[in-house]
Design a protein. Structure first.
Length: 129
């Protein structure tokens, strides 16, 4: 592994860690936003762990639970890939995804070009008359 690559991986690892921290913070805030009601209903302990937050959110049936679960899963996938050394490689073309993009969107699994192709043209051409 080249030094440059090691630096890239280290920075990406940091970005993932940061994203995960932010995600759990958001979750905690979400879980305790309506603390009174949730507390009475689910008896949430104050020193609730990460997995328990997920469980509690699932129990509440809040739509946010599904969104968050998906994000946690994707984040875990990303961390797994980082360990395997495949993180940051485009799933479609195999090219390295720009570091800037990964730091902004740690869940990104495609390079910008493939993502655009995947999503289709942002501005479909006018139909010719
Ligand atoms: Zn690509």
């Amino acid at each position: 592994m080249t030094a440059k690559k090691r630096v890239r991986i280290e920075r990406l690892r940091e970005a993932l860690r940061e994203e995960k921290r932010r995600l759990w913070q958001e979750l905690r805030a979400e879980t305790f936003r309506d603390q009174e009601a949730l507390h009475a209903q689910f008896e949430i302990p104050r020193d609730i762990g990460e997995q328990s937050i997920l469980d509690v959110l699932s129990d509440t049936g809040l739509a946010v639970a599904d969104i968050v679960r998906e994000r946690v899963t994707r984040l875990e996938d990303a961390e797994h890939k980082l360990l395997e050394g495949t993180y940051g490689l485009c799933e479609d073309c195999g090219a390295e995804i720009e570091e800037k993009r990964l730091i902004a969107v740690p869940y990104a699994v495609r390079c910008v070009r493939c993502q655009e192709r995947f999503e289709g043209p942002a501005h479909p051409p006018e139909k010719s008359l």
